[in-house]
Design a protein around this ligand. Structure first.
Ligand code: MBD
Ligand code: FE
Length: 269
């Protein structure tokens, strides 16, 4: 970031907080409680959780202003680079034998915003298991469970099998939970699938998909649901269709198409 940009933003932040302290007559004890909270967040490893829940959606909206093609979404605190490459078809996200949850097939096509298919686009997926936990974040889950990468085919199409993620509840016992509790808010995010898409000419986009009819779509604690990111999740009971994905039970079909537009990142414009 150029120094004049840092100065413009940080000086405004400073001014805003100084005004807030005077306006609300924040006492020294209250001031110290606030700095202690930040220290507690870092000690608990929850500082990105706190910031992402409260502020990431706003920064993402700014990035989406004037964007052509698919919008981006918040990354959240639980992305890990280097997830395993999946072979197939059928492609299946790493999961335990008998992984709890309704099987879900997520598929779609990657194109340019003009509709030209983009083969060789990398998709990088991660999501919570049926009890709302992420591998490598919450204990007791095999490494890379429900995280994986693969590429779109020559027509830009992709298809992967996983299980349908449930609504996610923010950890209650940590400092972020204490803040949400004090505000009288609930702790839930609607069920969501995180995905990054990368292409050598277009760079990387971070998305996140939600499902029609799901709980908490209108009250996401991170306030990050955007209409374009809510996709239909349809239960398919046709056993022939299930067999195609190596399944002997009904599954949820979820589709999303990614449209890549050239990046126009220019902070401060
Ligand atoms: C998540 O899974 C998430 O996506 C966000 C934004 C915050 C906490 C957990
Ligand atoms: Fe998440």
């Amino acid at each position: 970031m150029p120094n004049d940009r840092v100065r413009a933003v940080v000086e405004d932040l400073e001014r805003t907080l100084v005004e807030l302290i005077r306006k609300h007559r924040v006492s020294h004890d209250e001031y110290r409680a606030a700095t202690d909270l930040i220290i507690a967040e870092v000690k608990a490893g929850e500082e990105s959780l706190l910031f992402d829940v409260f502020f990431e959606a706003a920064a993402t909206d700014v990035g989406n202003e004037g964007r052509e093609g698919s919008i981006e979404a918040i990354e959240g605190p639980f992305y890990l680079p280097g997830a395993p490459w999946l072979d197939g078809p059928p492609r299946v996200l790493p999961q335990r034998i008998g992984e709890p949850g309704i099987p879900m097939v997520f598929h779609g096509q990657v194109t340019t915003e003009k509709g030209m298919p983009l083969g060789g686009a990398e998709l990088d997926l991660w999501h919570a298991d049926a009890s709302g936990q992420y591998s490598q974040i919450h204990p007791g889950i095999p490494e890379w469970n429900l995280r994986g990468r693969f590429c779109s085919d020559d027509e830009g199409r992709f298809e992967v099998r996983t299980i349908a993620p449930p609504p996610y509840e923010i950890p209650k016992d940590g400092p972020t939970g204490t803040v949400l509790n004090a505000l009288g808010r609930h702790f839930f995010r609607p069920a969501h699938l995180h995905v990054k898409v990368r292409h050598e000419y277009f760079g990387e986009r971070t998305s996140q998909l939600y499902f029609t009819g799901g709980e908490y779509l209108d009250s996401d604690v991170a306030n990050a649901v955007r209409d374009e990111l809510v996709i239909t999740a349809e239960l398919v009971e046709d056993s022939q269709a299930a067999l195609r994905y190596g399944l002997d039970q009904p599954f949820i079909d979820a589709r999303y198409d990614f449209a890549f537009a050239p990046s126009s990142e220019a902070p401060g414009d």
